[in-house]
Ligand binder design. Structure first.
Ligand SMILES: [Zn+2]
Length: 199
């Protein structure tokens, strides 16, 4: 379950020049500015606008923005301009941006690592590969002779990259196959080699 919603903080209160629409007393009106923000799991995500509430300090009448007289609304607009959105209200968006950037960097580092390792494979290395039919499986290197890489293929395939580690505990074919380093390089270019794992 995702908990989300909006909250508001009280940002500013000031006396304004208007008289009270209820009791007509001059110089008794207070205007409040509230800033609303969206939160997900109580982490502020982004601001969603301001609202105002007026109160007469004499007769105590409270008016929400849509109940205010045009003159009170003008006072609210003028006051709202002086109130800045606090930067912490963007915390969620900032975290999201940091997460995406970190993900992009991690992906790039991984792909550089793969491109290096396919020229330097050793017995026991495990290649995470994407096959033509969008299935994923593991290839385990059994030996390397010159430019020929011998491997056995995992007996199982899955349709999602995220579960590929589960295949490590599964059996591999007993029959060895062989692939040239140049072909591995082509596979890497087509982004069919997702990772190379070495213990
Ligand atoms: Zn009043």
């Amino acid at each position: 379950m995702i908990v989300y919603g909006t909250k508001a903080i009280h940002q500013k209160v000031d006396y304004i020049a208007d008289s009270c629409p209820a009791c007509n007393t001059p110089n008794v009106m207070q205007m409040n500015v509230f800033q609303r923000y969206a939160h997900i799991f109580w982490i502020p995500f982004f601001p969603v606008g301001k609202t105002g509430v007026s109160q007469c300090t004499h007769c105590k009448q409270v008016l929400k923005f849509n109940q205010m007289t045009p003159s009170l609304k003008m006072s609210y607009y003028n006051m709202k301009k002086q109130v800045n959105v606090p930067i912490w209200m963007f915390a969620g968006l900032a975290l999201l941006a940091i997460g995406i950037t970190a993900g992009v960097i991690a992906d790039r580092n991984k792909s550089q690592k793969v491109s290096k390792m396919i020229f330097n494979l050793k017995k026991g290395d495990i290649l995470d590969v994407k096959m033509k039919d969008n299935a994923f499986t593991l290839l385990k290197v059994t030996k390397v002779v010159g430019d020929s890489v011998f491997f056995v293929q995992n007996k199982f395939q899955i349709d999602q990259e995220s579960g590929i580690d589960d295949l490590k505990s599964k059996e591999y074919d007993t029959e060895e196959e062989v692939v040239a380093t140049a072909d591995l390089k082509n596979m890497d270019k087509k982004e069919q080699i997702l990772d190379v794992e070495r213990d």
